[in-house]
Design a protein around this ligand. Structure first.
Ligand code: PHE
Length: 377
C-alpha cells in the first residue's frame, strides 16, 4: 500500500502529477518537512539521524526522490524534477553543514535554551502550602500549654466503647450517650468488640492514665466525630483539645487559674472568664467556661448600638466544658482516688478559631477553598 503520508515513496504518476507547474508545491512540502526536522536537531546524535534520514545513500529522502520521482518521470517532467531536486539538495546540504557548525561551536540558540540554565530568568513560582487555620490554632494552644508544663499526646480516632464511654463513667444506657449520636463501624458479627469514631478526645484521659503515674499534665489535640447534621455551627467532624492534669495536690483553684491563664493568652488580657455549673459523668464538679464577649467587650451592645449579635446581648460566650476528674474515673485506671486529684477540660477548636478569627460558618474549615485558606497563610 502506498504511503500516503510520505509522497517521496510514491511516483509522480501515482501522485497525479503530470505537469511541471504541479511540482513546486510538492517540493515546498518536502522542504518544510526538512526545515522542521533540522531545527529540532540540537546535538550531534540528533543531527546525525537527520543527516542520514535526508542524505542517506539508499533510503534517504533525496535518494527516494531520485528513485521514485526522477527516474520514472516522463521526458517532459524530467528536467523540472531534476532542477527541483538539485535545488533541494543544495539547501539540505548547506543547512546540515550550518547546523553541524552551530552545534560544534555551541552557538546554536535553540540548543542553548534547551541544555543550559539561564540564571537571569525569573524562577518558576511553586506555591508553597501553609498550615490550615485549625492546625495553626492547635499550635497556638499547644504553645500556651507548653509554657505551663503540659505535653502533647495523641490517640486513635477509632475507639472502643470502653474508652469512649465506660471508663469515663458513662455506662451503656446512660442518657448522655444520646448527646453523642455516634458513628459505629460496620464490623463482622463475630468482631471481639464494637468500634466507633471517637465522639470526644476524652478517651485519651484514660489511655494516658493507664500508661503514666501522676503527675500527669497532658493536652490531646485531635479530630472527633458525631452524627450531627451540618449547619453553620455543626459538623460531623470537628476538632478538640483535651486537657488533663492529675497530681497529689491539685485543687479547684489550680483548675480555674489554669483555664483563666489559657483564655487570656489565647484571646488577650482584656477578656474575663466565668464558669457555671454543668454536668459530665467523668468530672465532679463539672463546669462550663464562658469568656466575656470578644466582639462587644462584654457589654452586650453592638458597636453601632443595638444588641450584640454574637453573644445575643448576654455579654458572655460559652467556651467549653471542664471539671475536676470524677473519683470514679480513677477506679478504671488504678489510681488511688484518695491520694490524687485533678482537672480535665475539652475545648472545641473550630469554635475557638471561629471566635478568634471572626468566622461565622464552621463548614469553611472542611471545604478547603483556597480563597478562604489563603487568608490565614
Ligand atoms: N468531652 C466533653 C465533650 O466533648 C468535654 C469535657 C472534657 C468535659 C473534659 C469535661 C472534661 O463535650
Amino acid at each position: 500500500m502506498p504511503n500516503i503520508e510520505n509522497p517521496t515513496s510514491r511516483t509522480l504518476a501515482d501522485l497525479g502529477v503530470t505537469q511541471a507547474d504541479q511540482l513546486s508545491s510538492l517540493f515546498t512540502e518536502v522542504r518544510s518537512r526538512f526545515d522542521a526536522e533540522i531545527s529540532r536537531a540540537h546535538d550531534e546524535p540528533a543531527w546525525n539521524i537527520t543527516k542520514v534520514m535526508w542524505l542517506g545513500r539508499k533510503s534517504g529522502v533525496l535518494a527516494q526522490i531520485t528513485d521514485n520521482w526522477l527516474r520514472p518521470a516522463s521526458p517532459e517532467l524530467k528536467r523540472a524534477v531534476g532542477a527541483g531536486l538539485n535545488e533541494l539538495r543544495a539547501q539540505v546540504e548547506s543547512q546540515i553543514e550550518a547546523r553541524r557548525q552551530a552545534i560544534e561551536s555551541g552557538s546554536d540558540e535553540a540548543a542553548l535554551a534547551h541544555d543550559r540554565i539561564d540564571l537571569s530568568l525569573p524562577g518558576v513560582a511553586r506555591p508553597i502550602g501553609s498550615h490550615h487555620l485549625i492546625r495553626q490554632v492547635f499550635q497556638e494552644i499547644e504553645d500556651i500549654f507548653f509554657s505551663i508544663g503540659f505535653s502533647v499526646v495523641e490517640g486513635p480516632e477509632i475507639e472502643t466503647p470502653y474508652y469512649n464511654f465506660e471508663a469515663l463513667n458513662i455506662p451503656e444506657f446512660h442518657p448522655v450517650r444520646d448527646d453523642m449520636d455516634t458513628f459505629y463501624l460496620d464490623l463482622p458479627k463475630n468482631a471481639p468488640t464494637p468500634l466507633l469514631l471517637r465522639t470526644h478526645t476524652s478517651p485519651m484521659q484514660i489511655r494516658t492514665m493507664e500508661k503514666r503515674q501522676p503527675p500527669v499534665r497532658v493536652i490531646v489535640p485531635g479530630k472527633v466525630y458525631r452524627r450531627d447534621n451540618p449547619d453553620a455551627t455543626h459538623s460531623f467532624i470537628f476538632h478538640q483539645v483535651e486537657g488533663l492534669a492529675v497530681d497529689n495536690d491539685i485543687t479547684f483553684c489550680d483548675f480555674t487559674g489554669t483555664i483563666e491563664y489559657f483564655v487570656k493568652q489565647f484571646f488577650g488580657p482584656g477578656v474575663k472568664t466565668r464558669f457555671r455549673p454543668s454536668y459530665f459523668p467523668f468530672t465532679e464538679p463539672s463546669v462550663e467556661f464562658d469568656v466575656s464577649c470578644i466582639f462587644c467587650g462584654g457589654s452586650g451592645t453592638a458597636a453601632g448600638g443595638g444588641t450584640c449579635s454574637k453573644c445575643k446581648g448576654a455579654g458572655w460566650i460559652e467556651l467549653f466544658g471542664a471539671g475536676m476528674v470524677d473519683p470514679a474515673v480513677y477506679g478504671f485506671v488504678n489510681y488511688d482516688a484518695k491520694r490524687v486529684s485533678g482537672f480535665a477540660f475539652g475545648m472545641g477548636i473550630d469554635r475557638l478559631a471561629m471566635l478568634k478569627y471572626g468566622i461565622d460558618d464552621i463548614q469553611v474549615f472542611f471545604q478547603n477553598d483556597v480563597r478562604f485558606l489563603r487568608q490565614f497563610s
